[in-house]
Design a protein around this ligand. Structure first.
Ligand code: ADP
Length: 372
């Protein structure tokens, strides 16, 4: 037996007309159930999972428009497609009334057999696509929820791991230094080197754990939606970088900056990380010059920090924002978390961060934040 293309309710009080439509629908490969009144139609809708109701507007007991309204208002039958059909004389008025009552489409008699079948198939196709979309949407919602949860888990894990690692690290560090103090004079040169390597390793691990802890804690949604004056935020960051700026002779200038919506402390951290990088990754024998400026659109402020440093090759411009990604060895201190922190903060503010750069000439780090 051939598979039915769909289950159709064929409602018409006029028996010959109903018979003709039944024949057409059967030829179209549909499973057809007939009803001659509105009441019979509603009884059938309660019992059979129809895909579509071909509904005559003029019925003797309940009007086709009311039948449609009832079908569409019940949760169990709301998804049944209703194709209203009526005599052409009253079509214009009835068409809008039928469609307003929830019908999905409207045809006027006399209907060509091929047009009727094609219309029904098109409506069923549309419904199938809608159902697939709604399943995909539901799946997306579940996945989103999962992602959010696993992100939170990861955050908590990183926090717990980095927090709990500090204690054994402190123990190892203090016993290594006790050992050095008590056995120091008796140790050979090699043994003293070994202890030094242990000390260096501990120092590096302390820095990594500290940064991991910081990374797991930043980037919560800004607490306030108060305007934040970026001039004050920049001044705070520059004050923290006072020694590094003095030591490098860096020249930091800024255009007047606007107010934005965000978290003062987190944005201060972003300025501090980006400007300290601009100083750290200067070209040898070139005085670092750093300029802060802003391009403002209606919705967002794009803050740009322009340096004249070593620059970054195109293949690394995305990667450097990943946690612990570094392009340098120990010759330049760092753990590779600074830009990852910046990205987390800016994304929590609903913005983006990126870099444009010419290798050997300098870089421009830009981030967007909502304007106040
Ligand atoms: P860190 O400075 O601790 O290595 P970051 O996350 O701040 O970590 O930076 C990641 C990498 O991006 C750095 O190791 C460096 O190679 C590169 N980088 C960052 N800022 C600049 C800059 N202004 N100019 C050139 N390279 C930079």
């Amino acid at each position: 037996m051939a598979l039915s293309s769909g289950i159709i309710l064929n409602v018409d009080d006029n028996e010959p007309a109903r018979y003709v439509k039944r024949r057409i629908l059967l030829q179209g490969g549909f499973d057809v159930h007939d009803a001659g009144t509105g009441k019979d139609a509603l009884d059938l809708v309660d019992r059979i999972p129809f895909d579509l109701a071909l509904l005559d507007v003029n019925l003797p007991d309940i009007s086709g428009i009311d039948v449609c309204r009832k079908v569409k208002s019940r949760t169990e039958s709301a998804s049944v497609i209703v194709l209203q059909i009526s005599a052409s004389a009253t079509a214009a008025y009835q068409a809008s009334a039928a469609l307003d009552s929830g019908a999905d489409a409207y045809l006027t008699e006399p209907v060509d057999a091929a047009v009727l079948i094609s219309t029904i198939k098109a409506l069923l196709r549309l419904r199938k696509a809608e159902q697939a979309l709604s399943v995909a949407n539901e799946r997306l919602t579940v996945m989103n929820h999962e992602l959010h949860r696993s992100n939170e888990d990861l955050q908590q894990f990183a926090f717990a791991a980095s927090h709990d690692l500090q204690e054994p690290l402190r123990t190892v560090t203090s016993f290594a230094s006790l050992l050095e103090r008590s056995a120091g004079p008796k140790l050979s040169e090699d043994e003293r080197d070994y202890l030094k390597f242990i000390g260096d390793g501990m120092g590096r691990m302390r820095a990594l754990i500290g940064d991991l802890l910081e990374y797991s804690q930043v980037g919560h949604k800004p607490d306030s939606s108060q305007p934040v004056d970026l001039n004050a935020v920049l001044a705070w960051a520059l004050d923290n970088l006072r020694d590094g700026i003095a030591h490098s002779g860096a020249q930091v200038t800024s255009d007047p900056l606007p107010k934005v919506i965000g978290d003062e402390a987190q944005l201060g951290q972003v300025f501090q990380n980006l400007i300290s990088n601009a100083i750290k990754y200067a070209r040898p024998d070139v005085t670092p010059t750093i300029h802060v400026k802003v391009d403002q659109t209606e919705q967002e402020c794009i803050v740009r920090i322009v340096d004249n440093g070593i620059g970054i090759s195109p293949s690394h411009r995305e990667l450097i924002f990943n946690p612990f990604k570094r392009l340098h060895g120990r010759e330049i201190p760092g753990t590779g978390i600074g830009l990852a922190v910046c990205r987390k903060v800016i994304e929590a503010h609903g913005g983006r961060i990126w870099v444009d750069s010419v290798l050997g000439e300098g870089s421009t780090f830009s981030f967007s934040v909502p304007c106040a």
